[in-house]
Design a binder for this molecule. Structure first.
Ligand code: SF4
Length: 457
């Protein structure tokens, strides 16, 4: 064989073809984007990038929201929002940063507006099987605010406030102030309650992994971050800790300008490392528009300090229920060094049925996301099963009846011998099946049939 022919044989294959939007995940919004909102038109950069300014100017009630919206949207939308707020299980709380990222010229379709500002005209009736604490976190809590469901893991709800309130919040039973719809249980900061939680963890050596959540770790004072970190790291059997915060997605300015808080977090992470224990941050981005140049700067600080950040998204209709949006989200997260960890099929949560998708849609989106980037940066799509079965891979159902929208899961390592059901939103079902759901006896029959089919699968 001639040398020329040998070379031709080893000719390098062409690189994978590059779709036109293949690098869109690298285009991060920078500049003074907040000035397009009349209420923030005169805000200086040093103020907008200051966490204290963001906190002071956070919208915390309907009249503050209307004051910002008045020069921005129609009177009809404002009326729609006011009605939506009156029916919502969550009180309103939105940072100026998030308000500035919403496209107010197309508010009904904007993925951030949908998550934080309810519009009554888009609401749908709750699913008939909905329960306020659908994940049974309270039933699995031996101490108020400490859920111990998985053998080696506990969830510590340190407080009940957040820098924003998300419409889809699973913990609407506790997070935020009471609304016209829901009277919340109290999980306020309390040394006595925290002490009982730490004592419980110390008395249960099987617990190796603690999630510190709430509410949101962003709302903890710097001294409280260290207090919790020190108390949990001092328990020899605790090996891993995660501070959960939505903050990076809604107020990345805090990482850049609240030096006491960021330093306190760094000290706990460093202390953990010296003890050969892992302390990481879990956060909560749902749409690529939530990741800006400010996020990139904040993540640069955490990355330089060696702090690992993982992301959990919630699949929401109109927000991220398309393969393209989810793929861009996953790649943009990777670009700023946030590791995509989970995508949750939306829990059954009061007042936000309009946001839920089907298990089938989650499976279809996952199929497209997988392969678009490295496997370690590909999230697992899960159903957090109502009734306390924990997170199950969407594909792992024992039975899934697409006609009735009932999927049945088992969780042998969590609650052996039990079955857990998840229900697709009624809107996705035929008119005939929707009529059957409206009839309690038929409903029971459909659920019984699904459980029996799963048992014999
Ligand atoms: S930040 Fe988390 S806990 Fe707080 S309202 Fe949003 S989803 Fe709920």
């Amino acid at each position: 064989m001639s040398a020329l022919r040998t070379l031709a044989f080893f000719e390098a294959p062409p690189p994978p073809s590059l779709p036109s939007d293949a690098l869109a995940h690298r285009d991060l919004l920078r500049g003074d984007f907040w000035r397009r909102i009349p209420a923030y038109a005169d805000v200086r950069e040093e103020d907008f990038l200051d966490h204290a300014w963001q906190a002071r100017n956070t919208i915390t009630n309907a009249s503050k929201l209307v004051a910002v919206l008045r020069d921005l949207v129609s009177a009809e939308l404002i009326a729609d929002v006011e009605l939506g707020l009156a029916r919502a299980p969550m009180s309103v709380r939105v940072t100026p940063y998030i308000m500035s990222l919403i496209d107010w010229s197309d508010p009904y379709r904007d993925p951030l507006r949908i998550q934080f500002v309810p519009a009554a005209s888009r609401l749908e009736p709750d699913h008939p099987e909905l329960d306020l604490d659908s994940l049974h976190e309270q039933a699995d809590a031996p101490v108020p605010g400490l859920t111990h469901r998985y053998v080696d893991k506990a969830l510590f709800l340190a407080l009940d406030t957040c820098p924003v309130y998300c419409r889809y919040c699973t913990r609407s039973y506790a997070v935020g102030v009471d609304t016209e719809e829901v009277e919340k249980i109290s999980l306020k900061v309390s040394n006595e309650r925290w002490g009982r939680a730490f004592d419980y963890v110390a008395a249960h050596p099987e617990i190796e992994d603690i999630v510190v959540s709430g509410g949101d770790s962003y709302q903890l004072r710097a001294s409280q971050i260290e207090e919790i970190g020190d108390a949990l790291l001092a328990i020899p059997t605790v090996r891993r800790m995660r501070f959960a915060t939505k903050g990076l997605a809604v107020m990345p300015q805090k990482i850049l300008t609240d030096h006491a808080w960021t330093d306190a977090l760094s000290r706990v992470v460093d202390k953990g490392r010296k003890l050969r224990k892992q302390v990481v941050v879990h956060t909560h981005f749902n749409h690529p528009n939530e990741i800006t140049g400010v996020t990139e700067d904040a993540m640069s600080v955490l990355t330089e300090r060696g702090i690992i950040v993982r992301n959990q998204s919630v699949l929401q209709r109109g927000v991220n229920d398309s393969a393209d949006v989810m793929t861009t989200l996953v790649k943009r997260l990777g670009h700023v060094n946030v590791q995509p960890y989970y995508v949750y099929v939306h829990d059954l949560v009061k007042g936000v049925e309009d946001l839920r998708t089907t298990v089938d849609e989650a499976i279809a989106i996952e199929k497209h996301v997988r392969g678009s980037t490295a496997g370690f940066n590909t999230p697992t799509f899960v159903v957090d099963t109502p009734g306390g079965g924990g997170k199950r891979d969407v594909h792992s159902y024992e039975h899934y009846d697409r006609e009735t929208g009932i999927s049945v899961y088992e969780a042998p390592s969590v609650k052996p011998g039990r079955q857990f059901t998840y229900f697709d939103p009624l809107r996705a079902l035929s008119a005939d099946v929707q009529r059957r759901w409206a009839e309690p006896r038929m409903r029971e029959q459909m659920i019984r049939a699904a459980l029996a089919a799963a048992a014999s699968a």
